[in-house]
Design a protein around this ligand. Structure first.
Ligand code: DAT
Ligand code: MG
Length: 142
């Protein structure tokens, strides 16, 4: 999910293109201004953290772009593309390492496992995703 700062800074295309060129397949995408309640559900595992209120405020500060990307090991590949939670610890070449500085404006969310991805897909895309054959897959996978 591209967070409100990523949308406002015009980084949607840049970010999508990084996932695309890695070989992942886009199966769902939408622009949305999610409610506070929706984001509290999304980040429910962090509800007891001191930064939770400011995280929810940040995430409701503008529209986000929610996406589902498929591919072999997609969740862990996605996390590699993102970089570390703290942008200042993120290597150049990663999204956070290239485009941001503060943890409270770190541009993008990525599911941290296959299990959390499934939970988040159910929350953000209750009507499911669009399955199709990506023709370029034969050039990406052995
Ligand atoms: P990530 O977004 O890398 O999966 P996370 O799930 O641990 O990181 O936390 C969700 C978001 O909450 C993160 O992108 C930024 C914010 N956050 C995490 N740890 C924080 C901290 N120690 N101080 C302030 N904000 C924090
Ligand atoms: Mg996380």
């Amino acid at each position: 999910m591209i967070k409100p700062d990523g949308v406002q800074r015009g980084l949607v295309g840049e970010i999508i293109s990084r996932f695309e060129r890695r070989g992942l397949k886009l199966v769902a995408i939408k622009v949305e201004s999610p409610s506070k309640e929706h984001l509290e559900k999304h980040y429910s595992d962090l509800a007891s953290k001191p930064f939770f209120p400011s995280l929810i405020k940040y995430m409701t500060s503008g529209p986000v772009v929610a996406m589902v990307w498929e591919g072999r090991g997609a969740a862990s590949l996605g996390r590699q593309l993102l970089g570390q939670t703290n942008p200042t610890a993120s290597a150049p070449g990663t999204i956070r390492g290239d485009f941001c500085i503060d943890m409270g404006s770190n541009l993008i969310h990525g599911s941290d496992s296959q299990e959390s991805a499934q939970k988040e897909i159910d929350l953000w895309f209750p009507n499911g995703v669009t399955e199709y054959q990506l023709d370029s897959a034969k050039w990406v996978y052995e």
